[in-house]
Design a binder for this molecule. Structure first.
Ligand SMILES: [Ca+2]
Length: 505
């Protein structure tokens, strides 16, 4: 079904985090929203709760809708839309408020079953338009009412360029496939030639990956120091780690003035021996002044209401506001800043995850998923797979660390193995994906036969490889020759073929 792939509606990863004089056009032409640009009066739109709605026009001629005289937080403008289960909806809208600065506005879908789905939020400004980007899925098909909520009832909410685009699961998956081909792999041409430079047709070329480029890892803890099974299980899979607690202040200085880094040092040494990069975890977390924009590590109580919680305090928009404060702070002029998303999930809202990363990506900083786990439950491994597929395929994600350090008394929220290091379903999900993506450590191999020009073409996951030619029928060889090769984002099929030379007997 190649035709389907080609015709599938592609996804628009763009997001704007600037506050603009005029809103952009709606994404996907508004999708299934009626009158998305408000060019036809208030057609399709109605009042929600105790409010008045108006149609206005800017001096430049842009038409938009206004919710005024709002007597309740949820009061304003709305549109009824039929939503289907098994569809993934991406949502966007441009919002302005009539006064104040930094007014949180949330887009909510009230379903006929009576649930309220938060599709996204923005910190809106007056005198300029901000883009709200989000998404949702529903458990049951039916009518829903889209409306915009703000606790600040003194302001008017202005709305324009609204878009709601449904995607089938197949289309959503094709976004993953296309994105992975584009950003995680490169097409490569390898030509086998003999010592004189003549092409070698029908030569068998084997390609063995030595190390994948994409940092995919898992948290570990000090139990790994004394458990060989844990060591073997871990080091055959992961290229990056974060220490669960061993580098935190309370571990390295259990009582004031008595610093002890021996455990952390031993773990660092193990990681180094096994070629596992160590991503620093936060050293401090008790003092809010040190939390900055880096990943905040939360204690268990805080974790209960953890990441991707969609109230006004933990939206991408709020995060970006905080990030701007940090970047503007004079002491941070030359500091390296990246975004780490903790990612402790209960039930993931996949389209919302994607759009949130789109929004954060507009800050142009590297983004890592730093503490990915899913709460225990019947769908734990399914959700883990959905999230991993989503974040690995997102063009802006530069590393993933799963939060599943092993502990005989049970892991933090999610284990990948039992106490004998046999994979649980979650561990099987991780292994399946590592193989599918060519990320299993030194595990990816491929072989093929060259064509009449001695050429072999392949799409390879980025990483370091060893390429060798074995047994071309037409040539006698004394030994096969190994060539090292790095496949990176810049490697493309348009480059001259990589020549793998072979010394003939
Ligand atoms: Ca308009």
């Amino acid at each position: 079904m190649h035709g389907f792939e080609a015709n599938a509606l592609s996804y628009d990863y763009t997001a704007s985090i600037e506050c603009l004089e005029n809103p952009h056009k709606p994404q996907y032409g508004g999708g299934i929203i009626v009158n998305p640009e408000l060019n036809h009066g208030l057609k399709g739109w109605s009042t929600f709760g105790e409010a008045k709605i108006q149609h206005r026009q800017s001096q430049a001629g842009n038409k938009f809708a206004v919710a005024c005289s709002r007597n309740q937080a949820h009061a304003g403008i709305s549109q009824k839309i039929y939503l289907q289960r098994n569809k993934l909806y991406t949502f966007s809208a441009w919002i302005q408020v009539s006064g104040g600065s930094g007014v949180p506005v949330t887009a909510i879908f009230k379903t006929s079953a009576g649930s309220f789905i938060h599709a996204g939020a923005i910190v809106a400004e007056s005198k300029c338009w901000s883009m709200l980007k989000g998404g949702l899925t529903v458990n049951a098909s039916g009518l829903a009412e889209l409306y915009f909520e703000s606790k600040n009832t003194t302001v008017e909410i202005w709305v324009d360029s609204i878009s709601l685009q449904p995607f089938t699961e197949k289309e959503w998956k094709s976004h993953h496939d296309q994105s992975i081909e584009k950003i995680r792999k490169s097409n490569l041409r390898i030509q086998a030639v003999d010592a004189k430079g003549n092409p070698l047709p029908n030569a068998t070329i084997s390609i063995q990956q030595r190390a994948p480029s994409f940092p995919f890892g898992c948290a570990m803890n000090k139990n790994i120091l004394t458990n060989t099974a844990y060591q073997n299980w871990f080091s055959s899979r992961f290229g990056v780690t974060t220490f669960e607690n061993e580098m935190k202040w309370y571990s390295t200085e259990p009582s004031q003035g008595q610093e002890d880094y021996s455990v952390a040092d031993a773990m660092l040494q193990f990681a180094k021996q096994q070629n596992i990069a160590v991503r620093g975890h936060n050293v401090f977390w008790d003092d809010p002044q040190y939390q900055l924009g880096w990943v905040k590590s939360l204690d268990k109580r805080q974790l209960a209401r953890a990441a991707f919680r969609r109230d006004g305090d933990s939206t991408p928009a709020k995060y970006l506001q905080r990030l701007r404060d940090i970047q503007d702070f004079s002491g941070n002029n030359n500091s390296k800043i990246a975004i780490g998303l903790e990612s402790h999930f209960k039930t993931p809202n996949i389209p919302y995850i994607r759009s949130s990363i789109d929004t954060l990506a507009a800050a142009n900083l590297p983004i890592w998923i730093t503490e990915l786990d899913v709460e225990n439950g019947p769908n734990q491994s399914l959700y883990l797979e959905q999230i991993l597929r989503e974040v690995y395929a997102h063009p802006q994600i530069q590393g993933i660390v799963i939060w599943a350090a092993w502990n005989p008394q049970g892991c933090y929220r999610m284990c990948l193995t039992d106490n004998n290091f046999t994979n649980l379903q979650t561990g099987d999900v991780v292994d399946t994906l590592l193989h599918e993506w060519g990320l299993i450590k030194a595990g990816f191999t491929s072989s093929a036969t060259t064509d009449t020009n001695g050429v072999f073409e392949a799409s390879l996951p980025h990483g370091d490889y060893e390429v060798k030619i074995t047994d071309p029928e037409s040539v006698k060889i004394s030994s096969s020759m190994v060539q090292r090769l790095n496949v990176a984002a810049s490697t493309t099929a348009s480059q001259l073929p990589l020549l793998v030379q072979l010394s003939a007997a």
